[in-house]
Design a protein around this ligand. Structure first.
Ligand code: HEC
Length: 188
């Protein structure tokens, strides 16, 4: 029968455990986090380029054609830009396409970035199963207002209403947070 250690020893052990939990892996995971952020940013690059490409090609034909082009092309782009073990996407708290709805881990980040603004730095957060989530804020630029602004041209409003009957993604002004780019990837 081993007697349990005296309270002072137990306190010491608890403090030592807490320090190990907070400090030691913290240092290592700081490196892991920076590496994951770099891999996340890299994974987003082709996704952003393909989105911008579809948008600009559409806009060359006018905003109505651009909505149609986005409607056709945008939903397939995340899958095309995802690779094995690395999934990318976009989300927002005011959705145009319900397929872009935030997963549970993204919701608190949307709230935090809404408060901090789109200039806030990217973040890496732990997910289940040795995976991490990486997010980058998406800010509203002047060109976005054609389709996400406070007052849309009637023909643009009409095609959006037709394609996205439950659209919530208007009423934005320049510099606001529009949403997040996200990546799910292995922690290391
Ligand atoms: C020509 C119209 C048009 C312009 C300009 C435009 N968007 Fe969009 N946006 C859309 C459409 C249409 C969708 C829905 C795409 C889909 O079906 O996945 C969308 C979806 C999004 C989404 C995904 C979340 C959601 O609500 O479904 C984000 C984020 C977004 N746009 C940000 C922007 C930003 C930032 C800009 C400016 C750089 C911009 N958009 C410019 C039409 C536009």
């Amino acid at each position: 029968m081993s007697a349990s250690p005296p309270p002072i020893v137990r306190l010491f052990l608890a403090a030592a455990l807490l320090a190990t939990a907070l400090l030691a892996p913290g240092c290592r995971s700081g490196d892991d986090r920076a590496a994951a952020a770099a891999r996340g940013a890299e994974a987003l690059r082709p996704f952003k380029a393909s989105l911008m490409g579809a948008l600009k090609a559409g806009l060359a034909e006018g905003p109505v054609a651009a909505v149609e082009a986005c409607h056709l092309a945008a939903p397939g782009l995340p899958a095309a830009a995802s690779t094995e073990g690395v999934t990318v996407g976009r989300t927002s708290s005011k959705l145009r396409n319900p397929a872009n709805a935030p997963k549970p881990w993204m919701k608190p980040l949307l709230d935090e970035y809404a408060a901090a603004g789109p200039g806030a730095p990217p973040r890496v957060v732990p997910l289940d199963g040795d995976r991490v989530g990486y997010v980058e804020p998406i800010g509203v630029q002047p060109m976005c207002l054609t389709c996400h602004g406070e007052s849309l041209a009637p023909e643009v409003a009409a095609v959006i209403a037709e394609r996205y009957p439950r659209d919530e993604a208007t009423g934005y002004t320049e510099g606001q947070l529009r949403g997040l780019f996200w990546v799910e990837l292995d922690a290391r």
